[in-house]
Ligand binder design. Structure first.
Ligand SMILES: Cc1ncc(COP(=O)(O)O)c(C=O)c1O
Length: 341
């Protein structure tokens, strides 16, 4: 099978399993797991933040961050396609009691100009705008990179209005590799940044929240409340450390493969790719309705051992990752051609 559904389908490599087996561990709820502590310090440093907190998932990282930044009744601003708004089970309202102001973006990017008029005036009738959440790269935006210049315009606006900034950086690794902009340069604009080890980096489990030591103390309490306190989590932290050290730079391979596939698919009559949106490892393919719908194409590709995801009625998603080689890409392109012809 050539599994292109997501970069979350990767399996730990042999080397990764070896470092996991040898990891030094302790009880992380007591703060005594040396490998978790090492990972937290290392990633916080990479992001230029005081502290980090290892959590089981990207969703938990986002939802703990929202909880730690807000009070019930507050409002948070994000892009309409944001993961934390669409794919985390209504977490902001369920877990934090906040409402969401979603803004229509382009490739997941919203601008300071768009955000400014949505910030609520101080009036007894309104919720308090409290937090701006951005996503980089943007999953539903097709893996698009949020331009750092625009982030640089949004942050002073947040400052001016006393708002906090959170970055869902599940794939910030990809943005950094694609642009050459170091992680800490992106992170400097945000009060909290979450990153995932279980996407392109290929670890089996785990994400991290980074921020000030004070913020992380608050987040630590909510991690326990949300059931995310883990014990001998060093076996997982070891995989994450290995992933950061060995699989970060290779993300450029995934980006090359995605571009190769996107350009070839765009040539196939009936299929269309917005090549301007292909910045990293995610590709959305639009299907001419006179050909098939997304479900049909998914089924036909599956019969030929290629797995992709139906994203909407006429759109499928393809994601490149650690388990996909150039040879897989070439084979997948041939299969797309044969299925569609
Ligand atoms: C941008 C983004 N944020 C957060 C998440 C959530 O991560 P998890 O599946 O680990 O909860 C995902 C998952 O794909 C994602 O794409």
């Amino acid at each position: 099978m050539i599994d292109l559904r997501s970069d979350t389908v990767t399996k730990p490599t042999l080397e990764m399993r070896e470092v996991m087996a040898q990891a030094e561990v302790g009880d992380d709820v007591f703060g005594e797991d040396p490998t978790v502590n090492q990972l937290q310090e290392h990633v916080a440093k990479l992001l230029g933040k005081e502290a980090g907190l290892f959590v089981p998932s990207g969703s938990m990282a986002n939802q703990i961050s929202i909880k730690a930044h807000t009070q019930p009744g507050d409002e948070i601003v994000c892009e309409r396609g944001a993961h934390l708004y669409n794919y985390e089970c209504g977490g902001p309202s369920f877990l934090s009691g906040v409402q969401v102001m979603p803004l229509e973006g382009k490739y997941g990017v919203i601008t300071a100009e768009q955000i400014e008029p949505t910030i609520r005036p101080n009036n007894v009738h309104h919720p308090k705008t409290r937090l701006i959440c951005l996503e980089n790269t943007h999953n539903r935006g097709g893996g698009a990179i949020f331009p750092i210049d625009e982030i640089g315009k949004i942050q002073p606006l947040a400052d001016q209005h006393g708002l906090r900034m959170h970055l869902d950086g599940a794939r910030l690794w990809n943005a950094s590799i694609a642009t050459g902009i170091p992680l800490h340069e992106y992170a400097q604009y945000f009060d909290s940044v979450s990153v995932c080890f279980s996407k392109g980096l290929g670890a089996p489990v785990g994400s991290m929240i980074t921020g000030t030591a004070d913020f992380i103390r608050t987040a630590h309490r909510y991690r326990k409340l949300f059931g995310g306190g883990m014990r001998q989590a060093g076996v997982l932290a070891a995989a994450a450390l290995h992933a950061v050290e060995n699989h970060f730079n290779r993300l450029k391979e995934d980006h090359k493969h995605a571009r190769l596939l996107a350009e070839a698919i765009d040539q196939i009559p009936g299929l269309d790719v917005d090549l301007n949106a292909v910045h990293t490892n995610i590709i959305f393919i639009n299907i001419d309705p006179s050909l098939w719908n997304a479900g049909d194409l998914v089924d036909r590709l599956k019969q030929k051992n290629v797995l992709v995801l139906a994203e909407s009625a006429q759109r499928i998603r393809v994601v490149t990752h650690l388990g996909i080689t150039k040879a897989h890409m070439k084979e997948a392109i041939q299969i797309f051609k044969s299925v569609v012809s």
